[in-house]
Ligand binder design. Structure first.
Ligand code: FES
Ligand SMILES: [Fe+2]
Length: 348
């Protein structure tokens, strides 16, 4: 067991499901941040994520709760709860209980995913969920890509920060992912709650080549600790999303998604079926690479202070400092300061 000395209650956006897992009228049960939760989709398509227990006598709404139009009805005594977690009907009384409210979470559905905002101090969201298409230059859209390929690993003993640190860990690419040479960073910028990490990397050729001659790379955007999106260039066009969500104080769920670009109309798209098979193979390869990381992370112990090589010092120090912004105050973090800083930035 390797319980990390880092809070498992960071502030930010975290993936809790995929949109297509929760159809109209579905009630989906899950556990994140130590809370039993339900996600339910109303008749109009609106998705709500809330704590799972009915405020009346504590029935779990995920076991027998039913969607009635725009509200969720408890299986125990029929009380109805709306999308703000308010009681709107007690079927055997004249009026609802206006005082009690089930905790709900801000929800965003983007890139086929369901994200919730988690903040121990109940601040409203103060940054955006990154978008794997819109946030990169080039104006590409989901329609330019084959359907998302996915990996889902549940309840691993790992912390979201491990994945974040992986992006600045150049040496691991050679040993974990078998790149012929060690990549180099070309950008490492922080903008409040968002960080940008770009690097030049190749998976081809041998160890005789020079990184300066390589013409391919990856751009990554981290939106807080929970979500990273990447875009590749100079190789098969792929976009990825990695999303790590704490389940309790020791474990996290890991979701990883890959989109492979469709061949454009001018290129060799004569055989679309073959293009799709190729894309699926390539996507499976990208997922395999991420699984190699998971194999390390799921058994890793957080090393603090780490024994860094001098070439690693700058990147790791910067990313670890940045990560602290998302942990609750009083646990070594400074989420309140980040919220204030972001608000100030917006008002300028
Ligand atoms: S416990 Fe939910 S209505 Fe009674
Ligand atoms: Fe990696």
């Amino acid at each position: 067991m390797a319980k990390p000395p880092l809070s498992m209650k960071p502030t930010g956006w975290f993936q809790v499901a995929w949109s297509d897992e929760i159809g109209i009228g579905d009630v989906h049960t899950m556990k994140y941040f130590g809370q039993e939760m339900v996600a339910w989709r109303s008749e109009s398509g609106q998705l709500t994520v809330m704590n799972a227990y009915c405020e009346h006598l504590g029935a779990h709404l995920g076991f027998g709760g039913t969607v009635r139009g725009e509200v969720l009805q408890c299986p125990f005594h029929g009380w109805q709860w709306n999308q703000q977690g308010r009681n709107v009907c007690i079927p055997y009384e004249d009026r609802p209980n206006r005082g009690r409210r089930i905790t709900t979470y801000p929800v965003v559905e983007r890139n086929d995913s369901v994200y919730i905002w988690h903040d121990l101090d109940n601040r409203d969201p103060f940054f955006e969920v990154p978008d794997v298409f819109a946030d990169f230059d080039g104006g590409s859209r989901a329609a330019d890509y084959f359907p998302q390929q996915r990996l889902f690993r549940q309840s691993l003993e790992m912390h979201p920060q491990y994945v974040l640190e992986n992006g600045v860990d150049v040496a691991h690419f050679k040993y974990v992912h078998n790149t012929p040479i060690v990549p180099v960073f070309t950008r490492h910028d922080f903008d409040g709650p968002v960080s940008y990490v770009d690097f030049t990397i190749t998976f081809e050729g041998d160890d005789g080549q020079k990184i300066e001659d390589v013409n391919s790379g990856v751009e990554a955007i981290n939106g807080g600790l929970g979500i990273a999106v990447t875009k590749s260039w100079g190789m098969i066009d792929n976009r990825t999303i990695s999303a790590i969500t704490p389940v309790d104080d020791c474990t996290s769920d890991v979701r990883f998604m890959v989109y492979i670009g469709r061949p454009n109309s001018q290129s060799t798209s004569r055989d679309p079926a073959r293009a799709e098979v190729k894309a699926n193979e390539f996507g499976a390869g990208v997922i395999r690479q991420f699984s190699q990381d998971i194999h390390i992370w799921a058994h890793q112990r957080y090393s603090d202070p780490p024994a860094l090589a001098s070439s690693e010092m700058k990147g790791f120090t910067a990313i670890r400092e940045w990560a602290m912004k998302f942990y609750p105050d009083g646990m070594g973090g400074s989420a309140a300061a980040l919220a204030a800083e972001t608000a100030q930035h917006r008002n300028q």
